[in-house]
Design a protein around this ligand. Structure first.
Ligand code: FAD
Length: 464
């Protein structure tokens, strides 16, 4: 874009947002030039920080008129490169839209602006006697708008579903600045097609999420949890089925850590192993509830039966919330491991639950065969069929990473799985999207993108 056009766009943006609402290079903070992924983008034109929906609408109108790309940014904890700047784009940060507008405990909902940090919302719901049951390791930085834009999963999907299930209503600003109010407050509203779903999981390519109505659940007072050692995946699947049956669907998390992950996280964090090492698989199983002390008998009875049935080799049962948190610290410790592994590829795949064991074995064998020097570790929200795999260091083994990715994704495809269980496509997984979506689906997606964003200004180059 010619320099004179850039100047006009910047002048119009300053007029809409005020001087404090717009930064241009070199005043754009370095942190805004990347997210948690390894992806690198271009140099943005400006960073806009609107304070309300009208300002978001004004930014989009200006950028739409001038054909300037807009890259929405939440907490930048995304792992697929979705929030990474495109060259010459206006970065649109929702950070200043961080107000909780209302908590209606009786109806079980909260109305929030998109820039609220997830953990702040969890704590506010808790204080109002309710629970916001979206939870993930990045809770302290990720914003609810980013969570909705990625349809985040996380730790409690097995009981409460993905972010999509927790969103009752949305307000979205379209590419041309039109505000689309869809702030439904009811769990039931079948008055024609529910358009909010076009934006949930669209990674900033269809519209900017500015406000949301979130569903709240009854408050939980704490949890019973155990960390268990298991002889293989078949037994782990048996344990999950047994726990779901005997606890009547009250299991809130079932996280698996294969031995390579368990050993790595203990070594890096220096934590004491809750159960003996040397087993193939470890599970963190959790049941949250309104009265954890009273519910402990049910949980322990479930565990004793699992021992008798040979589903468990060793177990540590938490006796306090602090011990529950200690188990979670092992599962969340992946962020501490990554810096020790130099450059890695982080996979976030899913396959039907019953096939996870075979799929992990096949991926492990194929990677060992093709890349003998590669280190890897498996873990994940296995109760949802979701496996995470970290492989590295790629510099010395497969510098482009393409060979490692094709080995893993070919197998995922052959198992009927998905190349992205919960992190999204962003930049990183774009080349592999057709492994999980049919040509007809992709055609329709492109048509819908053309309809909602005819000039292609919203997060260009991402997803499709
Ligand atoms: P960003 O990274 O800022 O953006 C993500 C995408 O959403 C980008 O495409 C961006 O353009 C778009 N976007 C952001 N805000 C908006 C908006 N208001 N309107 C429109 N588009 C927008 N993810 C999981 O699903 N489950 C996990 O268990 C999980 N654990 C994690 C643990 C760690 C330690 C880390 C670092 C990440 C983890 N993630 C997990 C990934 C990440 O936290 C989620 O994808 C999260 O939902 C991203 O939120 P964010 O606000 O950081 O979004």
């Amino acid at each position: 874009m010619p320099q004179s056009h850039k100047r006009i766009v910047i002048e119009r943006l300053v007029a809409a947002l005020g001087k404090d609402g717009l930064k241009t290079a070199p005043a754009i903070p370095d942190a805004c030039l990347r997210d948690w992924s390894a992806e690198r983008g271009g140099m943005p034109l400006a960073l806009a920080t609107p304070e309300n929906t009208n300002q978001v609408s004004a930014v989009l109108r200006i950028c739409h008129d001038a054909g300037v790309p807009v890259v929405p940014q939440g907490g930048r904890t995304g792992l697929a490169g979705g929030a990474v700047p495109s060259e010459g784009a206006v970065l649109l940060s929702l950070a200043a839209m961080n107000r909780i507008e209302e908590i209606d405990a009786a109806s079980g909902l909260m109305v929030v602006q998109a820039g609220c940090v997830l953990q702040v919302l969890q704590e506010a719901a808790e204080a109002a006697g309710r629970s916001l049951q979206l939870d993930l390791g990045a809770r302290g930085s990720a914003q609810i708008g980013g969570n909705i834009a990625t349809n985040a999963g996380g730790n409690r999907v097995i009981r409460y579903g993905m972010a999509r299930e927790l969103v009752l209503g949305l307000e979205v600003v379209l590419a041309d600045g039109t505000v689309l109010p869809m702030m439904n407050r009811m769990p039931k509203n079948n008055a024609a097609l529910d358009l909010k779903h076009l934006f949930i999981g669209s990674e900033g390519t269809m519209g900017i999420i500015t406000r949301a109505v979130l569903r709240l659940h009854p408050r939980v007072a704490g949890a019973n949890a155990a960390l268990v050692a298991i002889s293989g995946f078949a037994e782990a699947a048996g344990l999950l089925a047994h726990a779901q049956k005997t606890l009547s669907g009250r299991v809130t998390a079932f996280e698996l850590m294969w031995a390579d992950y368990y050993d790595a996280v203990l070594a890096v964090t220096g934590r004491r192993p809750p159960v003996t090492r040397g087993h193939p698989v470890y599970a963190l199983i959790e049941m949250q509830g309104a009265d954890p002390d009273r519910e402990r008998d049910d949980f322990q009875a479930m565990m004793e039966q699992a021992f008798e049935a040979g589903l468990i080799q060793d177990a540590a049962i938490a006796m306090s919330q602090r011990e529950v948190d200690d188990f979670w610290a092992l599962r969340d410790g992946v962020a501490e491991i990554l810096p020790h592994w130099a450059t890695t590829i982080n996979f976030d795949v899913s396959v039907p639950l019953a096939r996870i064991g075979d799929c992990v074995d096949d991926i492990r064998a194929a990677l060992k065969d093709r890349f003998p020097a590669l280190q890897f570790m498996f873990f994940g929200h296995a109760g949802d069929g979701n496996i995470h795999l970290v492989a590295g260091p790629i510099e010395t083994v497969d510098p482009t990473g393409h060979g490692i990715e094709s080995t893993v994704y070919d197998l995922i495809r052959s198992y009927g799985g998905s190349v992205s269980a919960e992190h999204g496509i962003g930049l990183h997984k774009k080349p592999w999207l057709s492994y999980s979506r049919s040509d007809a689906e992709l055609d329709l997606l492109r048509h819908m993108k053309g309809l909602l964003d005819p000039k292609g200004i919203l997060n260009p180059g991402k997803v499709i």
